[in-house]
Design a protein around this ligand. Structure first.
Ligand code: ADP
Ligand code: ASP
Ligand code: MG
Length: 477
């Protein structure tokens, strides 16, 4: 295994941390703080907030021949980026070169949108190209803003280092190739005392632009940290860290001070938006601690994700919810026990590249949950050849995660009695034994999270949860 480079810290800033000039200045001062500590930061940025959604909307408009709508969306983005640049950069040469760069990117984007609307078809490959402009633009603006703050920044086009396969929309990274490219293009800059800045989310395959899937900038951060064997990976976002549940639904959610790689991976996979599910893998491979931190409250110590967190007196660390799922019931009274039946069922999902979140079986049926809508009609048509199939949408998965549920008896009784008013469909305790998950109707999610949170976090273990943050909140009541 490579030698750790403990002085390198990979700092990933999400969309809200670069949403406007004020946020970018906050980001600059956080990075400058790491430099002052003698660390070598490598910065990965998302697109400015909402830009990815707008680019996808522009691509979709172009794909249905609505050329003017697409160009109008691009125009609003051009103005926003130019205004942010002008607020951040006063050095005339630097500003002129930045403005030229931004105009050049938008001219290229507009040509692309015109091309898509001329053919009236949006392929996944073209969609990745359109959506990549968000990170391409934010990264050049942030690089210039850092230089303006007297930081020795250097822009890296992420597509030269994040090398992937050609699975457009959700490309898989080629980690050995990434490691080699980082060593060639990024490490020399670090050694010169520069702060490399690159866009997250985007990569390339044989020179063609790809993306790592929505929320993929976290993954870029982890790939860079893993590839260079950094001392730490920091994910800077708009909340104080990983919380006991989504604070937008349960405002009393508490910060989790420390959590294991395994717990964080389960939470991310089962819907906690704060981390991209693949983020943990490169960090685990080299045992690099990952921190989740708040760029609006940089003093807060955030959440530390490590291999060996201390034991926790509370059974669960956090509760995640994943919405927009569909349950498919496959009933085959005669065939289920027949050799190879389950294999043929799973082969159908596999063939359509459709990931299954949860499975439960009975003597005559198997139920699975999936989050893909597009492939459903084709999958069900194929399954109907071997079984009776019905599906139901608008479902949600609730997942409670905690290493310390291992071996606790009666825990599921406590879970279900606290939400006895909610209709529960499928139940599963993962093979990892650190999660308990079940399906409910989407409309019951908020209520279920509130009830579960009240029940399991009434008396939180102060070594693991930030209970002090709760005091002022209770004073207000
Ligand atoms: P970024 O743009 O920085 O990547 P995201 O919007 O992807 O940020 O993720 C941060 C958001 O994740 C938070 O604002 C919060 O609403 C949501 N979230 C969901 N579950 C959790 C959780 N368990 N802990 C913290 N945040 C969560
Ligand atoms: N900008 C991309 C998205 O919104 C990637 C990211 O922010 O992580 O999905
Ligand atoms: Mg994110």
């Amino acid at each position: 295994m490579s030698t750790p480079r403990n002085h390198i810290v990979v700092m990933k800033f999400g969309g809200t941390s670069v949403e406007d000039a004020t946020a970018i200045l906050r980001t600059a001062s956080i990075v400058a703080g790491r430099l002052r500590k003698g660390l070598s930061p490598i910065v990965v940025v998302s697109a400015m907030s909402k830009v990815t959604d707008t680019l996808l909307a522009a691509a979709a408009a172009a794909g249905r021949n609505a050329r003017e709508d697409a160009l109008k969306l691009s125009d609003t983005l051009r103005t926003r980026h130019l205004n942010t640049a002008a607020e951040l950069v006063t050095n005339p040469d630097r500003l002129t070169s930045l403005q030229l760069n931004i105009h050049h990117e938008f001219d290229t984007l507009d040509d692309l949108l015109r091309g898509i609307s001329a053919v009236g078809e949006l392929t996944p490959r073209t969609s990745d190209n359109v959506v990549s402009f968000g990170e391409r633009l934010s990264s050049v603006i942030v690089t210039a803003a850092f230089a303006e703050q007297s930081m020795p920044s250097a822009h890296i086009d992420a597509r030269t280092v994040i090398l992937t396969d050609h699975h457009y929309g959700k490309a898989a990274p080629n980690e050995p190739a990434i490691e080699a490219a980082l060593t060639e293009h990024v490490l020399p800059l670090v050694d010169l005392g520069k702060v490399p800045v690159m866009g997250g989310f985007i990569g390339s395959c044989d020179g063609i632009t790809t993306t790592l899937g929505r929320g993929g900038s976290d993954y870029t951060g982890a790939l860079v940290g893993g590839g260079l064997h950094a001392g730490a990976i920091e994910i800077w976002t708009d909340v104080n860290g990983i919380m006991t549940t989504d604070p937008r639904i349960v405002p009393e959610a508490l910060r989790v001070k420390t959590i294991s790689f395994e717990e964080a991976a389960e939470l991310a996979y089962f819907g906690a938006k704060v981390l991209h599910p693949a983020t943990i893998l490169p960090a685990v491979q080299k045992n690099i601690p990952v921190f989740v931190l708040n760029s609006r409250n940089a003093e807060n110590e955030g959440t530390r994700i490590t291999a060996t967190p201390p034991p926790c007196a509370s059974p669960f660390k956090s509760i995640a919810a994943k919405k927009k799922l569909t349950i498919i019931d496959i009933v085959a009274s005669r065939m289920l026990l027949a050799h190879g039946f389950l294999k043929s069922v799973f082969d159908v999902f596999d063939k359509h590249g459709c990931a299954i979140d949860m499975v439960s079986t009975s003597e005559i049926s198997v139920s699975v949950t999936v989050d893909s809508k597009e492939a459903l009609p084709a999958i069900c048509a194929e399954l109907s050849k071997i079984a009776d199939v019905k599906y139901e949408g608008n479902k949600a998965l609730i997942c409670l995660v905690g290493e310390d549920i291992r071996g606790i008896s009666g825990i599921s009784g406590q879970v279900f009695s606290s939400i006895s008013h909610v209709n529960v469909r499928m139940i599963s305790q993962g093979a990892s034994e650190i999660n308990m998950s079940f399906m409910i109707n989407e409309e019951d999610v908020d209520e279920a999270l509130r009830s579960l949170h009240k029940n399991f976090f009434a008396n939180p273990d102060p070594t693991i949860f930030d209970v002090e943050a709760r005091v002022p909140m209770m004073d207000k009541v």
